[in-house]
Design a binder for this molecule. Sequence first.
Ligand SMILES: NC(=O)c1ccc[n+]([C@@H]2O[C@H](COP(=O)([O-])OP(=O)(O)OC[C@H]3O[C@@H](n4cnc5c(N)ncnc54)[C@H](OP(=O)(O)O)[C@@H]3O)[C@@H](O)[C@H]2O)c1
Length: 323
Amino acid sequence: MRILVLGGTVFLGRAIARQALAAGHDVTCAARGTSGDPVDGARFVTADRSRPGGLSNVEGTFDAVVDVARTPSHVRHMVAELAGRVGHVTYVSSCSVYADIATPDLSEATAPLLPPAPPELDDPAAGVEEYGRCKVTCEQLILEAFPDVFVNRAGLIVGPEDPTGRFDYWVARHARGGEILTPGDPDDRVQYVDVRDLADWTLRAVQEGLTGIFNGIGAPMTRREFHAGFGGDGTLTWVPQDFLTEHDVRPWSGPRSLPLWLPLPEFAGFLTRDTSAALAAGLRTRPLRETAADTLASFSDIHHITGLTEEEEVGLLREWHAR
Ligand SMILES: NC(=O)c1ccc[n+]([C@@H]2O[C@H](COP(=O)([O-])OP(=O)(O)OC[C@H]3O[C@@H](n4cnc5c(N)ncnc54)[C@H](OP(=O)(O)O)[C@@H]3O)[C@@H](O)[C@H]2O)c1
């Protein structure tokens, strides 16, 4: 198949392009080329979707297009420029489109969406809610133009080449061993998808002509199962969220944070999406141990992008034991 990846220079886009090439497809990636490089073997076309006509270098027709855009105007321009020239359409959306992040186990069919972004909001980097609203608008624009689209609402994507470092924090932390400060309660749940599993499913959706809207993420697991999946000989010290909040430990990501930890019950729905429709439609997820091992093997140096420093963790553990 002739497959066009709009993006394809970083993480998921690169993984989709890599796996499509491995399956023998003819792959074109279109981007500015500022975020990274396309994988070897893909045709690269320079494109800047921030302006109308920005895809003019993308010539010819394609059996399928995969779009990872998050900016509504980029999707508007794509729709105007590619309509009539592409077969199957995949839009990689996000579970951030959902308005309800507190209720666990909501499915695509039951979870209410955020309102779309107003016309003046075209910057998904403006904030978490702005990102979600922009993704809602992108979905709407694509659904209007291509009603038979495959909308893959990805959840937390992890694995090799993840630019965010969130899952990497736990990979590196378990690899270091010793006493590991672990947030919340062992029965709290967490949810993610390996970038290669999401890419594999996206590619099979393209090949099989799958359409519809799906939560593209693995089934939730308890934090006990999550941490056990890393193996290693570290010991876990579970520290309740109230202590973490009182000691200025931040949730999710960034400096002095515990990545992938979110306060409950406010975020009880965020990492517990019902993913049964995606699993029934062919999403296969590999064991965490494999994702962790491959992620660790992909580190080129000491890996600390986000999370607690060693010093911060030691200090917090000391205070926790002395309380
Ligand atoms: N990471 C997560 O945990 C997570 C969770 C849920 C959903 N998602 C979704 O999953 C997808 C991830 O995609 P990704 O990993 O490939 O990363 P991404 O950061 O979404 O990649 C954006 C791609 O678009 C290109 N691009 C950006 N601005 C452009 C412009 N003006 N003109 C043309 N191309 C442009 C970039 O290349 P250049 O900069 O080189 O142009 C890059 O290849 C996104 O849709 C994201 O919303 C991610």
